[in-house]
Ligand binder design. Structure first.
Ligand code: PLP
Length: 397
């Protein structure tokens, strides 16, 4: 991560195809576009990447989560279980539909603890949404088991985990629906963009219509199309899809670079007593987009973070005090600071967050350091970084 580091001729050539005929929209204008259908081509490519039957491109990863939930019928008053460690997009996408985000603890995998999920289920629970944070995954068999037992949808937000696998299957392809982001800082980028993937044809058709105002996409006269149900506009543009089409072809190369850099850093710091690593479930292989490790306590993690900064080790974070990724600092959420009225059901749940006990999540996030793995580093830079990291950690614990 991120794919923009290796932006080049392939991306430029795909974008030029679109500029040559000027059809920036993914639907219609068949005669003008000289056979260029970048969004359709990217969807076809992604069905292979994700080994899935259907892919619907949308305008962002956040839109992908809303569209996935809506396509499976999740809406007003339904509870969606999600982890305390994620990106703010998770609760935004749930609340956009009038559904209620229910935050639950994470475990050593840095995502949903299956026991905490089961304890949070109520008669209103409709879906469990795992967020495969920082290139890895939760215990997917155990979570799938809980969902099957309680007849709940299982949704994967795999926005940060493209290229990771579980028991040979791509992350994102395991649940009922999977969501991806191709924003500017993700492993492959469209500038802005996202995708919903599923093997369920009905969900796919719903996602296709819903993300384009409910248009049925029958025939080739947009003006004559009917609307079987209400929708929104979450379309991706041809320009964005063109960039993604170039980037997805480079995904194996990106993952190989990530793995190489990750392995050098991991081997170096694993020799430091007191350092342990995030749990990867049996049968799982990370995407190597991040290296996540634990220190003995919060104080050591904070000291290490500071020592990293002082020695020039950038793109590493302890998320305990971070307001993008961890519940502790989501004050706008806990205070329900919305521009427009929220339903009383949502407000009641948000207020509860202020006093909810997330000490189990604190235990993991407080001790964790998450380092982004960049594609543009040279091998010499990675080795120098590894040495600095070892020194900084040793000095802090
Ligand atoms: C980036 C990200 C999103 C949102 O994607 P956007 O394309 O930026 O809207 C959602 N979930 C996770 C885990 C992300 O990292």
């Amino acid at each position: 991560m991120p794919g923009f580091e290796l932006f080049g001729d392939l991306e430029r050539s795909e974008v030029n195809d679109v500029l040559d005929n000027g059809v920036l929209m993914r639907y219609g204008f068949d005669g003008m576009r000289n056979g260029h259908w970048k969004a359709k081509e990217l969807e076809a490519e992604l069905t292979k990447t994700f080994q899935t039957n259907h892919v619907q491109l949308v305008s962002s990863g956040t839109a992908a989560v809303s569209v996935a939930l809506a396509s499976a019928g999740v809406g007003a008053g339904d509870e969606v279980i999600m982890p305390t460690f994620t990106f703010v997009a998770s609760f935004e996408a749930i609340m956009m539909l009038g559904a209620i985000p229910i935050l639950v603890d994470i475990d050593a995998t840095l995502t949903l603890d299956p026991k905490a999920v089961e304890a949070a289920i109520t008669p209103k629970t409709k879906a469990v949404m795992i967020v495969q944070m920082c290139g890895s995954m939760g215990d997917l068999d155990a979570l799938q088991h809980v969902c099957t037992k309680h007849n709940l949808l299982f949704i994967e937000d795999a926005c940060q985990a493209i290229g990771g696998t579980y028991k040979g299957k791509p992350l994102g392809s395991i649940g009922d629906l999977g969501c991806f982001s191709f924003d500017f800082v993700k492993t492959i980028t469209c500038g802005e963009g996202g995708a919903v993937i599923t093997n369920n044809k009905d969900y796919y058709i719903n996602a296709d219509h819903y993300s384009d105002h409910g248009h049925d996409h029958v025939g080739n006269d947009r003006g004559a199309e009917t609307h079987p149900f209400l929708g929104y506009n979450f379309r991706i543009s041809e320009l964005n899809a063109a960039v993604g089409l170039a980037q997805v072809k480079r995904l194996p190369e990106f993952i190989a670079i990530q793995k190489k850099h990750y392995t050098i850093l991991r081997e170096a710091i694993s020799s430091v007593p007191g350092v342990t690593f995030r749990k990867v479930p049996e049968g799982g292989e990370e995407s190597y987009a991040f290296l996540n490790f634990f220190l003995p306590d919060l104080e050591a993690a904070r000291k290490t973070s500071q020592a990293f900064k002082e020695s020039g080790v950038d793109v590493c974070w302890n998320y305990y005090d971070n307001n993008w990724h961890y519940v502790r600092e989501w004050h706008h959420l806990k205070d329900a600071k919305s521009l427009y009225p929220l339903s009383s059901e949502i407000k009641e749940e948000l207020v509860k967050l202020k006093n909810k006990d997330f000490s189990q999540s604190d235990h993991y996030i407080g001790r964790n350091i998450s380092c982004l793995i960049k594609l543009s580093w040279t091998e010499a830079e990675v080795v120098a970084r590894a040495n600095k990291m070892v020194e900084a950690i040793k000095a802090s614990i």
